[in-house]
Design a binder for this molecule. Structure first.
Ligand code: S3P
Length: 429
């Protein structure tokens, strides 16, 4: 385990190139493998999560070569995967495991999906139950967690009402639906991120979106097409948050994804008082991207309800941090899904920010934060092996009085290798 010491900063400013989007990279590798022919995924995210998905695809017979920042994939068509000789290991990645479970449920061979300690604790019945209804022969281990065992099944279409707003669940079922001869629909309580739908449209796969319902018609093959991955808005969020902590400072981030199902953090930051600007907006491979800049300001407390949670789900730990540095009491409700992430982020955020001298209260699915601008104190804190916790705490350390010691920062490589060095390069001391 690698530790890190974060020293307080006077400010943070400058230009930063944000790494490629994790969600889009996973999907690009999967769809490129299932398409017919060769495609180039440019600006692929070579971080542990996505690399594990690529390794699994290689075990299934896909040729995927790295060329600089690109991944070149020889797609084998919808039915072209072959049986793996060993278990498929997805490391820390819920996205990799859940999306690939959808693909593997439609194959004529068996497979076993495993993950690291954190992934092995995460709930899988949210996909195995609906996949079973679609005709898949799939079972998680006792307790509903990985490993997942899949045997050949006979996938049929379904009209599934999902109890959770989860892009991983939705994408898993839509991918499985490609192996049926009819239509598969997923309706969510609130819309989750729509990268799968956008990529399907980019590739010419028949997908239809009607409000909270997404439908795909299975059976049709498609020709692989090149995909360019934009910068990850969730990775940009760490710099955005760091800047928001220092009134008057600005950060500029070119080429960041601006997907309306992902940009909740920016809307909330604007409500809190920050100045957010998008420039040079362009549509690339079905996803909008642009150059993002933010200027920090004195922050006001916010209230956030369940309908807003899906679009800010991965940024809620950062929002809790900003709430500690805002005037007033902030409330986040309908955030129970945070307990199902790489760690229980609701408890972890409350526990670690309390160690830094802040006042937070948590309930089953809510968090209340009493603002205490300027009151963050350096402390010895835990990341729980969760990349987003580690990065949030590093940002917190910049604004704290005294040093902050983070117990484990190796987990940052899951999504953002080089994060701490990049952050350090922007800091004023
Ligand atoms: C992701 C979906 C989200 C998100 C995760 C990536 C995806 O999870 O938290 O980091 O790529 O589909 P849920 O869809 O389960 O909420």
């Amino acid at each position: 385990m690698k530790k890190a010491v974060i020293r307080p900063a006077r400010g943070i400013s400058g230009k930063v190139n944000i790494p490629p989007d994790k969600s889009i990279s996973h999907r690009a590798a999967i769809f490129a493998s299932l398409g017919r022919g060769r495609s180039v995924i440019s600006n692929f995210l070579f971080a542990e999560d996505c690399v594990n998905t690529v390794k699994a695809l290689r075990q299934l017979g896909v040729k995927a070569e790295v060329s600089g920042r690109d991944l070149i994939v020889e797609g084998r068509g919808l039915k072209g995967l072959s049986a793996p000789e060993e278990e498929l290991y997805f490391g820390n990645s819920g996205t990799g495991m859940r999306l690939m479970a959808g693909v593997l449920a439609g194959q004529s061979f068996s497979s076993v999906l495993t993950g690291d300690e954190s992934l092995s604790r995460r709930p899988m019945e949210r996909i195995t139950i609906p996949l079973g209804k679609m005709g898949a022969d799939i079972a998680p281990s006792e307790g509903g967690t990985p490993p997942i065992n899949i045997r050949p099944g006979n996938i049929k279409g379904a009209d599934y009402e999902s109890p959770v707003a989860s892009a991983q669940v939705k994408s898993c079922l839509l991918l499985a639906g490609l192996y049926s001869g009819d239509t598969t629909s997923v309706t969510e309580p609130f819309r989750s991120r729509d990268h799968t739908e956008r990529m399907m449209r980019h590739l010419g796969i028949p997908v239809k979106v009607e409000g909270r319902k997404v439908s795909v018609t299975g059976g049709a093959e498609w020709d692989a097409r090149d995909i360019q991955v934009p910068g990850d808005l969730s990775s940009a969020a760490f710099f955005t948050a760091a800047c928001a902590l220092f009134p008057g400072r600005s950060i500029y981030m070119p080429g960041v994804n601006r997907n309306p199902t992902r940009d909740g953090f920016l809307s909330v930051l604007a409500r809190m008082g920050c100045d957010i600007k998008w420039e040079k907006l362009r549509l690339v491979c079905g996803e909008e991207q642009g150059d993002l800049s933010i200027t920090g300001s004195e922050l006001r407390a916010v209230t956030l309800g369940p309908d807003e949670v899906p679009a800010i789900i991965d940024e809620l730990p950062l929002l809790a941090l900003l709430a500690t540095q805002s005037e007033g009491v902030s409330r986040i409700t309908g955030a129970g899904e945070l307990r199902k992430k790489e760690t229980d982020r609701l408890s972890a955020v409350a526990a670690e920010l309390k160690k830094m001298g802040q006042e937070l209260r948590e309930g089953p699915d809510w968090l209340e934060v009493t603002g205490n601008p300027g009151g963050l104190k350096g402390a010895s804190v835990r990341s729980y092996g969760d990349h987003r916790m580690a990065m949030m705490l590093a940002v917190a350390g910049l604004k704290a009085e005294g040093e902050t010691l983070i117990d484990d920062v190796s987990c940052i490589d899951t999504s953002f290798p080089g994060f701490l060095e990049l952050l350090e390069g922007l800091v004023e001391r």
